[in-house]
Design a binder for this molecule. Structure first.
Ligand code: FAD
Ligand code: AMP
Length: 484
């Protein structure tokens, strides 16, 4: 029998590593077990987020957007260039370097906070024991007072599009293309499909997005989703809704390999040929091989570890956080759950406001929202007021040549309390955060309207949208306020 810990954390993604650091900060002897190793056999911390998710995708989104700007937008500023080239290998190598820096950073944070790290695949046994199998096949059992499971998620595979080498890939494969595919198919118009489709479209790929649902971005505010579809289509993404992929076949050899995709829509069955195909049809919790039958932790009907609002599982002293449990699969949601569980173990009463978790799609313009959508409020029969402000009327947006989009703020008709904010536009991800804070403090749209915003900033669009809720925006003509 080996060492005993106060807390064992399984998984070093943003949910697990944050939980481990907070536990150690609160004085608990903590170890984090991670099975991800690099090609040299060294443990890789940071999970999906740092290795194959949020960070590498944003690195490529930023690089590809700079290329697009140089190609299409510099001219308006009076800047010209005679030759513009893309070195995809260099772009991808830059992304890999950022990943390395950040995953190494987590190792540094573990050291600074006194978190131990063990390499290996963990399995939860009964009686708060964890069995760890390392790469050499050796098994060790550890005991703990408390266990936090943060095993995360993996991409969903569909039988109609099995992955094949670098031709039919998932999101991880799409972050590692070494050249720009001429014809790129993307299955799934969700967040990841739109972001990765945008990266390769900006670099010159002809991108077709095949989406089974008839509705575009059903989780977003319907008005914003409509605008987003128009903007993305104008940028060249061929978004085909109501299109279900039914089969794929890879033909050819070497560089001339291509994939034929069979799909059906309202008009019948069709096929289309692509050089590469990205399968982005969602992610599933990584809960298999993790739980011994007698460990006391249960799964829900969709394979997520079953937890209550405070992330406690059915087994005493065992918690689960992040993508492996219900709720949006977002890094910040998992990290907050990690902090909440660590603090509750330490006896604090920390809670998460699950109604106030922002969501972002890092296309350009960005799409970001928090709280209720208009369609949700209508369906619930809740009366509300809306104020919106277009970036076309923002001096700062005009100066930056970033005038596409708008900010929409929704407030309760009776109390004026802010219920939601929906943005498509420049820096939407950062702008929506201001309203997240407002909602957290129970602010009214009048509170936001009475707040001083610096000039000239994109944030002024948030201010003006809040003023517009009350019918007195300054820099646009106001519509007569009406309840909806
Ligand atoms: P993970 O990050 O998946 O980490 C789980 C860790 O546990 C992994 O390292 C895994 O190896 C380890 N593990 C699993 N089982 C075991 C075991 N038995 N023993 C030991 N270790 C184990 N979210 C955002 O908020 N913003 C974004 O912009 C964003 N962009 C994304 C882009 C892409 C392309 C993808 C794929 C995802 C993106 N996400 C984004 C989602 C985000 O990456 C996840 O929500 C987040 O990583 C989940 O964190 P987690 O800690 O729960 O799980
Ligand atoms: P998300 O869950 O946000 O990552 O989005 C995944 C998207 O993939 C969803 O909108 C699904 O409707 C879509 N999807 C799933 N299976 C298929 C399929 N066979 N063909 C086309 N789209 C699909």
């Amino acid at each position: 029998m080996s060492e005993k810990y106060e807390v064992i954390v399984i998984g070093a993604g943003p949910a697990g590593y944050v939980a481990a650091i907070r536990c150690a900060q609160l004085g608990m002897k903590t170890v984090c077990i991670e099975k991800w190793v690099d090609d040299k056999g060294s443990v890789k911390l940071g999970g999906t987020c740092l290795n194959t998710g949020c960070i590498p995708s944003k690195a490529l989104l930023d690089s590809s957007y700079k290329y697009l700007e140089a190609k299409e937008d510099f001219d308006v500023h009076g800047i010209s260039h005679s030759s513009l080239q893309i070195d995809v290998k260099k772009m991808v190598a830059r992304k890999d370097k950022i990943v390395q820096q950040l995953t190494g950073g987590v190792a540094g944070l573990f050291k600074a906070n006194g978190v131990s790290s063990i390499e290996g695949a963990a399995r939860l046994l009964a009686n708060k024991q964890v069995e760890v199998s390392n790469a050499a096949g050796e098994k060790t059992v550890y005991d703990a007072d408390k266990i936090i499971i943060a095993a995360g998620s993996v991409p969903v595979n569909i039988p109609s599009a099995p992955l094949l080498d670098d031709v039919v890939v998932d999101s991880t494969g799409a972050l590692a293309f070494t050249s720009v595919p001429k014809r790129l198919g993307v299955i799934g118009a969700g967040v990841i499909g739109l972001e990765l489709g945008s990266v390769w479209s900006r670099l010159g790929a002809q991108v077709t997005v095949l989406e089974a649902l008839d509705e575009f971005l059903p989780a977003a505010d319907a008005g914003i989703a409509k605008d987003a579809k128009k903007v993305l289509q104008k940028q060249g993404l061929d978004i085909r809704l109501g299109t279900r992929v039914t089969g794929t076949e890879v033909k050819g050899k070497g560089r001339s390999r291509e994939v034929t995709v069979e799909y059906s829509d309202a008009k019948g069955t069709h096929s289309e040929v692509f050089d590469k195909l990205i399968v982005c049809v969602g992610r599933r919790p990584l809960s298999e091989h993790l739980l011994a039958p007698d460990c006391g932790v249960n799964l829900d009907e969709r394979g997520f570890i079953f937890v209550n609002e405070q992330c406690a599982t059915d087994a005493r002293d065992i918690y689960a956080v992040g993508d492996v449990v219900r709720g949006p699969m977002l890094a910040h949601k998992g990290s907050e759950e990690g902090v909440m569980v660590a603090e509750r173990i330490a006896g604090k009463k920390t809670q998460i406001n699950y109604d106030n978790i922002p969501a972002v799609i890092y296309t350009h313009p960005e799409i970001a929202w928090v709280g209720k959508t208009e369609q949700e409020l209508k369906a619930a029969g809740i009366e509300y007021k809306v104020g919106s402000f277009p970036f076309a009327a923002s001096g700062r947006a005009l100066a930056a040549n970033e005038t596409t989009g708008m900010v929409k703020i929704i407030a309760a008709a009776d109390t004026d309390r802010v219920l939601g904010c929906h943005i498509i536009g420049p820096s939407a991800a950062d702008l929506v955060q201001q309203v997240v804070i407002a909602i957290e403090f129970g602010a009214s749209s009048e509170d936001l309207a009475l707040t001083v915003f610096s000039h000239p900033t994109l944030s002024e669009a948030v201010h003006e949208a809040a003023l517009a809720v009350g019918g007195h925006a300054i820099h646009i003509a106001n519509r007569k306020p009406r309840k909806k």
